[in-house]
Write a protein that binds this ligand. Structure first.
Ligand code: FRU
Length: 344
């Protein structure tokens, strides 16, 4: 007989009562808004050249909690290096704005660039330009194309996708579902984690041929967009058993749509990725029985500052890639993982 997960207390907030974290400036690929902060010049920002360093941090979109966490980690880690000043730019998910941000940094005379690129192809040339000028570039989380950068730091998205696929395959088997219908909500298509999380998942589900991805749609990593995307998907596929969202904000959004569609949430497996150890992050969502499973996707902010310091101050040659650890978060270990990652 089919055993269902028993979560009578599972509730989600109604869509109307949720405060969404929206894109701060403009929609993807619209005209960039003017910079609101006065950029520091090297002379202002870092004092005597040779003793202090100016680091430019180009963020893809600060409007998302995970990216704000990355910036916060960078700022906190840099505060421990009195001779390092970090200036931040927010591209608001706009490729053209991010290219302009990097160009600005180059004009300011940065000593090192940290960049988390919005999409790979549109940012590849400007990253290569910085690299060709002899500026060490640390690419963080999402990748660019080619090899023209000093190092990349991030977790293995292919592996995370595979772990998620394995988890779904196992759950579908345990529930005795054949077919076991999956709705996939994808990240921004030109960003490398979307492809890797999608490809990895398809590998992971191969262990159970009953698992079928019946719909796959893009919501650009954005919670708000995922509300309407998941609503349409659930209308078209009322018999869905699993939602696999490429990040936690989109998983939370899908859960709201499922509740609005009067789906029995106890029969639905919701899988996300990010596992931020914050009060409204993914680990707490698992602890509070909304998302079923998520995967810790570390921002790498502290590691990037550590490597910036090793490159600039200790003149170390970095490895081409530093792969960060991930971990599955489920009901059984969520509280422990929350503590492990410093959640308060
Ligand atoms: C934030 C984010 C995270 C995701 C990462 C992938 O912009 O969407 O939620 O894990 O980017 O690059």
């Amino acid at each position: 007989m089919r055993t269902l997960i028993n979560r009578p207390w599972r509730t989600v907030l109604a869509a109307g009562s949720v405060a969404f974290s929206l894109l701060a400036g403009c929609a993807p690929n619209e005209t960039p808004p003017p910079e609101t902060t006065t950029p520091a010049t090297k002379a202002e920002g870092t004092g005597t050249a040779g003793e202090t360093y100016l680091v430019g941090m180009s963020q893809a979109n600060k409007g998302e909690p995970w990216r704000q966490a990355m910036n916060d980690q960078i700022a906190a880690a840099a505060a421990k290096h009195p001779n390092m000043k970090v200036v931040f730019a927010d591209a608001a998910q706009n490729n053209a704005k991010q290219v302009a941000d990097v160009e600005n940094f180059l004009q300011q005379g940065i000593d090192l660039l940290i960049i988390s690129p919005n999409e790979a192809a549109p940012l590849t040339d400007v990253v290569a330009k910085a690299h060709d000028k002899g500026i060490p570039v640390i690419v963080l989380d999402r990748k660019v194309n080619g090899e023209k950068y000093a190092m990349w730091i991030g977790a293995d998205n292919q592996k995370i996708g595979e772990l998620a696929g394995n988890r779904v395959a196992t759950w579908c088997r345990e529930q005795n579902l054949n077919p076991c219908n999956v709705l996939e909500i994808r990240g921004l298509e030109g960003s490398t984690p979307a492809k890797e999380r999608g490809d990895g998942f398809r590998e992971g589900i191969k262990t159970n041929p009953a698992v079928k991805i019946v719909a796959s749609q893009n919501a650009d990593w954005l919670r708000e967009k995922a509300i309407s995307v998941s609503q349409t998907m659930l209308q078209a596929h009322p018999g869905a058993h699993v939602i696999y969202a490429h990040n936690d904000p989109m998983a939370e959004a899908a859960l709201i749509s499922a509740q609005n569609a009067k789906k029995d949430l106890n029969k639905l497996l919701v899988v996300g990725i990010d596992g931020l150890p914050t009060p409204d992050g993914g680990i707490r969502s698992v602890m509070e029985d909304r998302i079923d499973v998520t995967y810790v996707y570390p921002t790498g902010g502290a590691e990037a500052v550590d490597w910036a310091s090793r490159i600039l101050e200790k003149k170390e040659t970095p490895p081409k890639a530093v792969v960060l650890e991930t971990q599955e978060v489920n009901k059984a270990n969520a509280a422990e993982v929350y503590k492990k990652y410093g959640g308060k």
